[in-house]
Write a protein that binds this ligand. Structure first.
Ligand code: KIV
Ligand code: ZN
Length: 402
């Protein structure tokens, strides 16, 4: 099957910014948007202009500086929202209006206090107005995965009829499962899109059950061709699908996920780091692709394997995602190979007997201490056994006063 191109829609600056404590000021949003362009995303959702003057100004500024990505602005299905979003997009060559309304009975009854017929009418009017302003209109059916499927199809069909060219099916509350979501996307494809090639199905998954990436990938396999995601997976509550995980899943498992995209993967780690710095929120160490431990090996068997050939325990190279190199972390599970390798990097070539002695002291220390630093390793060296150590390393060790 030939690989098909998918659209990467980044919503770090909109949904991502909705994470508690992750708000960004205008300059930070612009800095991040520039990096997202460097990363190569197709669409940057800059914000929700009606929400605040700050959001309006940020979308306007991003629209003014970004040159390659389309810039999307979010709006509800009201005239005021749509016109405000459109006003923020004036400076961009590729504006996208992204209008949304909820379609689940839970939201209609308890939040919107509208009937199904009213929401259908709101959709029609909103998409029509948006299309009178730009060709690039996206419609999102909020809480799609808890909506009645027949009604969801009816609303989406109206949006398409009025000219929406991207139909987004959000799993707003992170409730669906990969198989169920895949089926839903197939239904939308069959009943709403049909033979049309000018309408793209988009997916937008939240991570409340930790399934956002799995659900997004299942949706791509079922026919979706736009995926909405954020750097580091930030977003409302448990976050959104992580961009870096989706992109690398497609890169590493192209046999199952034959989708190409525009992402420059060696910008993934720098982008993740920049976001962490801006929002002052570090990435969890075991986070896939961009976490501190994603390319770190501690267990002796793993370290031995990686020293022989990284392929033993790495399914992608650190360089491919912009990480400088893998790391062998010395801890209580480490073995002699990694210890000798680290001493060698420090300039100490240990003879087998010396290594054995140092290794015994090392394991005793590692049982007591969580992190073993280079200073600890130097302190473990026998002070009066220069015969086991090269001249160069001995000099160095002496200057370090051990
Ligand atoms: O989660 C959601 O449903 C959204 C929409 C506004 C696209 O963020
Ligand atoms: Zn969302």
């Amino acid at each position: 099957m030939p690989a098909e191109r998918i659209t990467i829609f980044d919503t770090t600056l909109r949904d991502g910014e909705q994470s508690p404590g992750c708000s960004m000021n205008l300059a930070e949003k612009v800095r991040m948007a520039r990096q997202l362009e460097r990363l190569g995303v197709d669409v940057i959702e800059g914000g929700f202009p009606i929400a605040s003057d700050g959001d309006f100004a940020a979308v306007e500024a991003i629209a003014g500086v970004c040159r390659t990505a389309a810039i999307a602005a979010l709006c509800r299905t009201t005239e005021q929202d749509i016109l405000r979003a459109w006003a923020a997009l004036t400076g961009t060559a590729r504006p996208r209006l992204h209008t949304f309304v909820a379609t689940s009975d839970i939201h209609l009854t308890h939040k919107l206090k509208r009937t199904r017929a009213e929401v259908l009418q709101m959709t029609r009017a909103a998409v029509r107005l948006a299309r009178s302003l730009t060709d690039d209109v996206e419609f999102s059916a909020e809480d799609a995965t808890r909506s009645d499927v027949d009604y969801l199809c009816e609303v989406c069909a109206v949006a398409v009829e009025e000219g929406a060219r991207t139909i987004n099916i959000p799993d707003t509350v992170g409730y669906t499962t990969p198989q169920e979501y895949g089926e839903l996307i197939k239904t939308i494809k069959a009943r709403v899109v049909g033979a049309r090639t000018d309408v793209v199905i988009s997916v937008h998954c939240h991570n409340d059950l930790g399934l956002a990436v799995a659900n997004s990938l299942a949706a791509l396999q079922a026919g979706a061709r736009q995926v909405e995601c954020t750097i580091n997976g930030i977003g409302e509550r448990a976050g959104n699908a992580a961009l870096e995980e989706i992109v690398m899943a497609c890169a590493v498992r192209a046999d199952h996920l034959p989708f190409t995209n525009s992402i420059n993967t060696n910008e993934l780690y720098p982008t993740s780091q920049l976001l962490s710095e801006i929002i002052n929120c570090s990435v969890q160490p075991n986070k896939a692709i961009v976490g501190r431990n994603a390319f770190a090996h501690e267990a002796g068997i793993h370290q031995h394997g990686v020293l022989s050939n990284p392929l033993c325990y790495e399914i992608m190279t650190p360089e491919s995602v912009g990480v400088e190199a893998n790391r062998l972390v010395l801890g209580k599970h480490s073995g002699r190979h990694a210890l000798a390798a680290r001493y060698s990097e420090l300039g100490c070539e240990l003879a087998p007997a010396a290594l054995e002695a140092v290794y015994r002291r090392f394991t005793q220390l590692a049982d007591r201490k969580k992190c073993i630093y280079d200073q600890d390793l130097l302190a473990l060296l026998p002070p009066r056994e220069p015969a086991h150590i090269t001249a160069e390393s001995h000099t160095w060790a002496t200057s370090a006063s051990i």
